[in-house]
Design a protein around this ligand. Structure first.
Ligand SMILES: C[S@@+](CC[C@H](N)C(=O)[O-])C[C@H]1O[C@@H](n2cnc3c(N)ncnc32)[C@H](O)[C@@H]1O
Length: 294
């Protein structure tokens, strides 16, 4: 069944309001340089009208396989895809993707989770990311754009004698596969009202590594449009899909620079506080969301 998709576009950035699978099925094959997919994780979050809970892990995986298949179809032969999901669902994605693509990296996004502190198990402080390419012999990887400080050896000015002519350890290196970035906190300028906003720094590393200026990046589950906002800042083009109107409005403001939608002002989150249970609490935030973010 074909459903209506609303489309908004300006200067190389396209926003599609509708279902990811439906929208993806209309994207031409082999037209996208990089896909970043951060779907609902099947862990019971609320995204506007959408409740992130499938009847079983199996049904969630079957749903995911459909948009993963489409994401692979739209990728160029030298394209890459980064996929996130919950730690418990990732094995399904991994088994599915490794039969269709080459998994070039299994990345851990590690963060400090000061919000909910575990009492009888080990607290969750990471989310997994799969980095896959279509052709391991030919894919974009700009290692020089994402260098980080190499602490071991270089800081102490040690000499690396394993080299044919011994030289000092490099001061910079390509990051390993455990990436530490803060979660988006209320006080950060990039903060938007959404239960699962990813930090710009996380997207920046993937986009710099796996695309070049002018390339097109597709995000089938845009949320707060982090991918498109970073793509725009870095001179890339973007296609973003999102099913919830309340988040589409964030994209129209954050990516296309709109100030109005349907005669309604589009404004950034109002960060005024009131006191609740002795805590400073944003006026317009539910207690649940506030806890999850801090
Ligand atoms: C994990 S969030 C993405 C967060 C995003 N990466 C960010 O940085 O803000 C998943 C998003 O997918 C949206 N979504 C859920 N089902 C969808 C569907 N079938 N098609 C398109 N978007 C969907 C939700 O509304 C939610 O905003």
């Amino acid at each position: 069944m074909s459903e209506r998709l609303n489309n908004y576009e300006s200067e190389g950035h396209q926003i599609i309001h509708g279902d990811a699978l439906e929208a993806l099925s209309r994207v031409p094959s082999a037209s996208i340089d990089l896909v970043f997919a951060d779907p609902p994780y099947n862990i019971g979050k609320r995204f506007g009208d959408f409740h992130d809970r499938w009847a079983s892990d199996d049904l969630y995986a079957k749903w995911a396989y459909k948009w993963l298949e489409q994401s692979i179809r739209v990728l160029k032969p030298n394209g890459s895809i980064y996929v996130m999901t919950s730690t418990q669902a990732m094995p399904y994605f991994d088994l599915f993707l490794r039969e269709r693509l080459t998994i070039q990296g299994r990345i851990i996004w590690h963060y400090d989770s000061s919000g909910v502190q575990a009492k009888r198990h080990f607290g969750s402080t990471y989310e997994p990311i799969l980095f896959c390419v279509k052709d391991p012999a030919s894919y974009v990887f700009n290692g020089d754009s994402i260098l980080v400080e190499a602490k071991t050896g270089a800081q102490r000015k040690l000499i690396d004698y394993r080299k044919s002519s011994p030289a000092q350890y490099n001061a910079e290196k390509i990051p390993g596969n455990v990436w530490y970035f803060h979660r988006v906190r209320y006080r950060m300028p990039e903060y938007e009202e959404h239960p699962s906003q990813k930090p710009e720094a996380l997207l920046e590393r993937m986009i710099l590594a796996s695309s070049t200026p002018g390339d097109t990046i597709l995000d089938p589950f845009a949320g707060t449009f982090t991918t498109a906002a970073v793509a725009k800042r870095l001179g890339r083009k973007s296609i973003s899909i999102e099913s919830q109107e309340k988040y589409i409005k964030i994209g129209l403001r954050r990516v296309l620079g709109w100030t109005q939608f349907n005669e309604q002002a589009l404004s950034p989150p109002d960060k005024t506080y009131e006191r609740k249970n002795g805590q400073r609490m944003p006026q317009n935030l539910t207690a649940e969301l506030f806890d999850a973010l801090h």
